[in-house]
Structure formats: C-alpha cells, structure tokens
Ligand binder design. Structure first.
Ligand code: HPA
Ligand code: ZN
Length: 327
C-alpha cells in the first residue's frame, strides 16, 4: 500500500490529529503558554495514556472559536488526504466545542462542515462526524452531549460515541445518552477493550448496543467473545500504532492479525496520529512488515471499513467504487 493508495479511516479524534506546529501557532495567537506539552523536538510529550489525556486537553485549550476549528479541520484533512484517505470519520466533542451549549455547538459544527466541504473539493476527501461524550467528564455531561448530537444529527453528523478514560464509569452509566442518540437516528460506537479487558467490550455491546467498537483489541483475551464478535459482525476500529505507542503491544504481537484470522471485522485507523508518531501510510508499512500483509489484504480491510462507515448509501457506493478502481 503506497502513500497514495485509497484508504478509509473510521477512528480519528479531530483535536488529536492537530499537528503540533498548528497548536503552537494557535497558542502564539492567543498568548497562551503551553510550551510544557512539547519535547525539544517539538513533538507532543507525555508519559502514559492518562498523561496523554491531560496533554490532549492542554493542546485543545487553545482552540476557542468555530473559526479555529475550521482551520483545524482544513489542516487535518489535508494531511489525511496526503496519506491517501478518501473517506474519514472524525470524533468531535461539544465539551470542547462550545461547552455543550446547543447553539454554540451548532456554530462549531457548521464551521467544521464548511471546512470539510472545502477539503472535499480541494483534496477529494469526504468527512463524516461522530459526536463523542468524554467518559471522564461523566454521565451527566454525556446527556447534554447527546442532546447536542441529537439536535444536529443529519447527513454530516451521523454517529455518537464514547471516548476518554476507560477506567472511569461503566458503559451502562451512559445508556441514557446512547438511547437518546439512537432515537435521533445516529449510529453508535464506543471505545472499549483498550484499557478495559474483554468484559468492557461485552458491556459496551450489551448496555450501549453499539455496532462498532473503538479499539476492542483486548477481546483477544477471551476467545468466546472473539467468536461472538465474528458471528455478530461487530466492527473493530483498530488503531495499532496508537496501541504500540501507548505500550499495549509490540507490532509483531498486536492482535489485529489474529482477530482477522478468527473472522472479526477489523479496520485500520490512527486515533491521534501526531501524538502517536503515526500516519495512515505508516500504519500500513508497519502492518505489512509485522504480518506480511499485501495490497489485497489492505484493500479487503478498507472495503470492510467502507461497509461499516456511518454514511448514506450513495456515499458508500462511491467510496467502494473508488477502492475498486484503484485496485
Ligand atoms: N482514546 C480515548 N480518548 C481519547 C483519545 C484516545 O485516543 N483521544 C482523545 N480522547
Ligand atoms: Zn480513540
């Protein structure tokens, strides 16, 4: 898979995709001092996942207006498109975009959508948005987040999810928010099975009734669960480079290949690429090295991703055709 071969990415946090130089530029404009979150080389610097979440919040603190998010979206999609991504789904949080106020959130979402339309014409990349509740902000806030999402659900905002610290709260604490999102016609995903074990994946499926799982890789610790995922066609948004960067696995030991062999629908994403020193191109290079995967294997997984995308059928057909044509 070369840099330009077409790719479909389902799991990308918009702020987490912000290039460090972009965030430094924003900080300068706002006279904000966030120098402490970068190392000498100018990369984001953190010690573990929980510190990463803090650094993420600090970086995000310089994004303060819909216009900032418009510029961020343009920068992120330019980089994704340069790595061959033709379709992307981004996680957005009303917590960061207007403090969960519906009217403010609408302005942010419109600004992001306008940027996505520019990028689609400029770079040939299509974006859909997934609102995520932030787990460590708690279930009460998640209800407000779900209401923001429900109010703005449509052809651009198509999904609802749950991110943040997997060790805090239980999926069932967020059931109300997920029910509200489902009733608004949004499709559902939740982070699980990264810092929580297989039971966290079972809980997300049972209590939130999601059709995709963010990460989900620790399902491999329970082969009965792996069989269930395969039978039910649950799609895993696997982010191998993120897992490696955070010390969960080494490349050759990453469970993506075993999950795939056992019939689970796996897909490939970057999560927060500059934080994890990755790109979609690099993910493919590392997977090819680790598992001897060839072009045919990657094409198959990108078709799985296109089939699982939270988009309308015309968009899905177009993406599948683009994948086919390039093969
Ligand atoms: N994982 C969980 N929560 C997050 C992430 C992530 O990679 N990025 C932003 N919030
Ligand atoms: Zn994630």
């Amino acid at each position: 898979m070369s840099k330009t071969s077409p790719k479909v990415e389902l799991h990308l946090h918009l702020e987490g995709a912000a290039p460090p130089a972009f965030i430094r530029g924003m900080a300068r404009e706002k006279h904000a001092d966030i120098a402490g979150i970068f190392d000498e080389a100018g990369h984001y610097s953190y010690t573990d996942f929980w510190h990463f979440l803090k650094v993420y919040d600090a970086a995000t603190s310089v994004l303060r207006t819909p216009e900032d998010y418009h510029r961020l979206t343009l920068a992120v999609l330019e980089e994704s498109a340069a790595n061959g991504v033709i379709y992307s789904e981004c996680f957005l949080s009303p917590d960061f975009c207007g403090g969960r106020d519906v009217s403010a959130w609408r302005d942010y979402l419109n600004a992001i959508r306008e940027a996505a339309e520019i990028a689609e014409k400029r770079d040939g990349i299509t974006l859909r948005a997934i609102v995520t509740a932030v787990r460590h902000i708690g279930p009460e806030a998640a209800r407000e987040t779900a209401l923001c999402a429900a109010e703005t659900a449509g052809d651009f905002l198509t999904g609802f999810g749950l991110a943040g610290d997997e060790k805090l709260h239980k999926p069932k604490d967020f059931a109300w928010a997920f029910d509200a999102a489902r009733e608004a016609g949004l499709r559902l995903t939740a982070h699980a099975g990264e810092w929580g074990g297989p039971e966290s994946v079972r809980d997300a499926l049972a209590d939130l009734k999601v059709e995709r799982i963010g990460h989900g890789v620790r399902a491999i610790e329970d082969l009965a669960l792996v069989d269930e995922l395969a039978e039910q066609g649950v799609v895993l948004e696997v982010c191998p480079g993120s897992n490696v960067a955070l010390g969960l696995y080494k490349w050759r030991e990453h469970p993506i290949a075993e999950l795939d062999r056992r019939g689970v629908k796996v897909t490939i994403s970057t999560d927060d690429p500059p934080f994890f020193h990755t790109t979609m191109t690099r993910e493919h290079e590392r997977l090819a090295e680790a598992f001897d995967w060839d072009e045919g294997q990657f094409l198959r997984l990108h078709k799985v991703a296109a089939e699982a995308a939270f988009c309308d059928e015309a968009t899905r057909a177009r993406i599948l055709k683009q994948l086919e044509t390039a093969a």
